[in-house]
Design a protein around this ligand. Structure first.
Ligand SMILES: Cc1cc2nc3c(=O)[nH]c(=O)nc-3n(C[C@H](O)[C@H](O)[C@H](O)COP(=O)(O)OP(=O)(O)OC[C@H]3O[C@@H](n4cnc5c(N)ncnc54)[C@H](O)[C@@H]3O)c2cc1C
Length: 400
């Protein structure tokens, strides 16, 4: 693999840098650095999405026919790395990266025409309704029920851990339309407008102190059959397709590198006695190990993304391997960050979002955010399927 940039690619990188320099304000960069969650606060993320959308760059991985920029894999990689290094807010969550590929593959032309432009503009903001109380790893045991009455489904039950459902306009959900036969066969994939009567969204505060999840209750919610994706009972196949994108359908290396650079900045600040944490050989060695892991992850991502570029999906083994590696590296970085900052990082700041607090020095703000980011990063090896489940998927694919 030749990793040297061509002159055209170097010019493209300059264009991206110029755009980010002029459009990403200091306030937005600060909000990104102080974000304790894995997605930006919607007001920050959506305002930024609107600016990126005006340039036509909001969905780098989408085909041109649906509004993607038509970039090569190298351009997408460069764009991702530059956005992360510039502290772009993370807004490409369930909408752009998860439901959109499903609509492109399984949606009707009417569903594609209606939803995809609204996803690009940010008018529609989606959450994911897979998990239920008692149905996490064993997702196929889900019970939230949809009974067909004429041209509507009547939905009853609940979904849990629904990230940002309280700020979303829509949810894509798995519902049970049949209780007979294999449990995977009776599942249907449906799109739900969250403003419909009968929906209640109850907050759950996470260990890092933010309100990012919810439990969502459905009481006789009537959803048109036209909002079903694919056939009745095809939901399990569609759900698995979507999960490959959630686990490994986009670059994460840029973010890991940006987090690693931030760790270097923190570890290079001299203490009052003039010593710097990075000069401690144990910390330097751990730092170097993480750098090597990031390089290895980059190679894995590039080879997997080249499959997506040619119209495929990442495949279960690469996407599960990337999911494990990304979560492991993120956790290593945030763990080393709190180690470097020491006891000062343990003082708990309850205000959320942190960027609403008056501005202080960057060093103090790093300390304020570190523990909450560390706790939030614990969730990386749980959501999208736990690491134990990813290992099972890899083992099953390789040994069966
Ligand atoms: C930050 C965050 C955001 C999330 N956002 C969403 C969302 O937006 N929408 C959504 O639908 N869900 C969401 N989830 C839920 C997430 O998908 C589930 O937490 C995950 O699938 C695990 O399910 P569980 O929590 O019920 O744990 P369980 O399935 O109860 O697992 C508990 C433990 O047992 C282990 N285990 C279970 N089964 C096996 C097995 N067969 N072999 C080996 N070990 C096993 C697991 O690995 C885990 O360590 C989110 C979770 C988090 C943490």
């Amino acid at each position: 693999m030749d990793l040297t940039l061509t002159p055209a690619e170097a010019a493209f990188r300059t264009e991206i840098r110029q755009f980010l320099d002029s459009e990403l304000t200091a306030d937005v960069r600060r909000a990104s650095r102080l974000n304790t969650s894995f997605l930006a606060e919607p007001e920050i993320g959506l305002a930024w999405q609107s600016k990126v959308n005006q340039r036509g760059w909001v969905a780098p991985s989408w085909p041109e026919e649906f509004g993607g920029p038509g970039w090569s894999l190298a351009q997408r990689y460069i764009f991702d790395q530059e956005c992360e290094m510039a502290d772009e807010p993370h807004f490409r969550g369930a909408s752009i990266k998860m439901i959109a590929p499903v609509l492109m593959r399984y949606g009707t032309p009417e569903q594609q025409d209606h939803y995809l432009p609204r996803i690009l503009s940010g008018e529609h903001f989606w959450s994911q309704g897979y998990s239920e109380p008692g149905s996490g790893s064993d997702l196929a045991s889900l019970k939230c029920k949809a009974v067909r009455e004429g041209d509507e489904y009547v939905i009853n039950g609940s979904k849990i851990w629904s990230t940002l459902a309280h700020r979303s306009t829509h949810m894509f959900a798995l519902v049970r339309t049949n209780s007979e036969g294999r449990k995977q066969q009776g599942i249907t994939f449906i799109l739900i407008d969250l403003s419909l009567p009968g929906i209640e969204i109850a907050p759950i505060t996470s260990i890092c102190g933010t309100h990012e999840f919810n439990q969502v209750f459905f009481d006789n919610v009537r959803v048109p059959v036209a909002e079903r994706i694919g056939e009745e009972g095809q939901g399990w196949e569609i759900a698995k397709y979507l999960l490959e994108f959630e686990r490994g359908g986009s670059f994460a290396g840029g973010l890991l590198r940006a987090m690693h650079c931030r760790l270097l900045r923190i570890a290079s600040r001299p203490a009052t006695d003039g010593t710097r944490p990075i000069d401690d050989p144990l910390i330097a060695a751990r730092f170097a190990e993480i750098a090597t892991d990031i390089d290895a992850n980059d190679m894995l991502e590039l080879s997997s993304m080249s499959k997506v570029q040619s119209g495929g999906n990442p495949g279960p083994v690469p996407s599960s391997t990337m999911k494990i590696e990304r979560s492991r590296i993120r956790q290593s970085i945030t763990e080393l960050t709190v180690t470097v900052l020491g006891p000062a990082a343990l003082e708990w700041e309850p205000q959320r979002p942190l960027y609403d607090l008056p501005e202080t020095s960057e060093a103090e703000e790093d300390i304020r955010a570190a523990a909450a980011i560390y706790f939030n990063t614990r969730s990386q090896s749980i959501f999208g399927g736990t690491n134990e489940i990813q290992l099972e998927i890899i083992a099953r694919a390789l040994f069966s």
